[in-house]
Design a protein around this ligand. Structure first.
Ligand code: SAH
Ligand code: SF4
Length: 349
């Protein structure tokens, strides 16, 4: 078996490869059709692909990169998968069913280097970027499960482990493949990349026209407070981040979604609400607020209902679109900011 995941190749790269071994480029479409529509896990079943080409595929590529090591189902229907990578690390993927929607929250890195104080993934540190094939495979695994019930993935959120924009090359490639009409056919509005605020990469995303919607984890309303909980803010302070958000809206015509974690006495105070209002009132955006899920930091507690209501009243008075998201899968540590697996290297002989 080859070492490169075949799903990491774009359609044109796969066409180039088939041509380089004297096969017609349309074979690439057939192969990708098996991968992304047939959801197959073996080259052997690609019956309209000539046997000698299948043999070459087997020699050069791997078709599966992840091994499912655990699956937990929450009382609310959320399912968390743990996958082992080919080099013995673990990542997590979450399926969030909601009425007609089936959203998949995918990981983009093993661990995360950004160090946000409220997030469990940060405690893992950074191990490595995921390959495009590894990102896509998380979605394929969930699609296989849903297909058994006659359902399909409707939305993908790049909000699992890791900072997607620190792995932009591979995330961009994954979005392009997901967007490809002939295969997975996911509209850009159904793909959401969430970033902690890696400003130059937001500009790169705009430049590359990555088919996706942009969400920014704001979580702080002034530089002093945001820098304390999100070290990324020391490198790219709020004025720069908001400038990048404006550029995104200008260029794409889409509004930005601001993610906002409510932490007692820090992000959920009347003062923060007033500052959030100032930031959001003058922009084309909406705010997704969420109560902090249990983290490993004892200094971060969820606010009381009264504190939340007071906060929301202030923001809503300014006619800003703000919704409180219901946390999903808390009982299985599948909710936002709860994905983390103690990585142990599996002994290899
Ligand atoms: N690294 C990217 C995407 C993954 S984090 C980012 O930061 O945007 C996904 C979301 O989970 C972010 O919006 C983040 O602010 C939120 N989050 C992290 N820890 C959380 C916690 N303990 N409770 C609730 N949300 C949390
Ligand atoms: Fe990384 Fe996002 Fe967690 Fe921050 S919130 S540590 S950027 S995964």
């Amino acid at each position: 078996m080859g070492m490169l995941d075949i799903k990491s190749l774009s359609t044109s790269e796969l066409k180039g490869w088939t041509e380089s071994i004297s096969h017609k480029p349309f074979r690439a479409d057939q192969i990708q059709n098996w991968l992304f529509k047939g959801l197959v896990d073996s080259f052997d079943v690609m019956e309209n692909v000539p046997v000698d080409l299948r043999d070459k595929l087997k020699y050069h590529f791997r078709i599966q990169s992840l091994e499912e090591s655990n699956r937990l189902e929450s009382t609310d229907g959320t399912i968390k998968f743990a996958f082992k990578t080919h080099d013995g690390h673990f990542i997590e993927t979450v399926l969030i069913p909601a009425r007609e929607r089936f959203s998949v929250c995918v990981s983009t890195q093993i661990g995360c280097a950004m160090g946000c104080t409220f997030c469990r993934t940060a405690t893992m540190g950074f191990i490595r970027n995921l390959e495009t094939g590894e990102i896509l495979e998380q979605i394929i695994r969930v699609k296989r499960l849903l297909a058994e019930q006659g359902a399909d993935v409707t939305n993908i959120i790049f909000m699992g482990m890791g900072e997607p924009l620190q792995n932009l090359d591979n995330v961009h490639r994954a979005c392009v493949t997901l967007h490809e009409r002939k295969h997975l056919n996911m509209g850009a509005k159904r793909l959401t990349i969430s970033t902690s605020g890696v400003v130059p990469k937001i500009f790169e995303l705009i430049e590359r026209e990555t088919p996706c919607h942009l969400a920014v984890s704001l979580n702080g309303t002034n530089d002093e407070m945001r820098s304390k909980i999100m070290p990324v803010n020391r490198r790219w302070p709020m004025a720069e981040l908001l400038g990048a958000c404006d550029a995104y809206t200008q260029k794409t015509g889409n509004e930005v979604t601001f993610e906002y974690v409510m932490i007692q006495g820090i992000t959920c105070t009347p003062q923060a609400a007033k500052e959030l209002l100032k930031i959001t009132q003058q922009r084309s955006c909406k705010v997704n607020a969420i109560l902090i899920n249990a983290s490993e930091n004892p200094a971060h507690l969820p606010p009381t209902q009264k504190e939340v209501d007071e906060f929301l009243d202030i923001v809503r008075a300014g006619e800003v679109k703000i919704t409180m998201r219901t946390p999903r899968g808390r009982d299985i540590l599948a909710a936002c900011g709860q994905l983390a697996i103690k990585q142990k290297k599996v002994a290899s002989c």
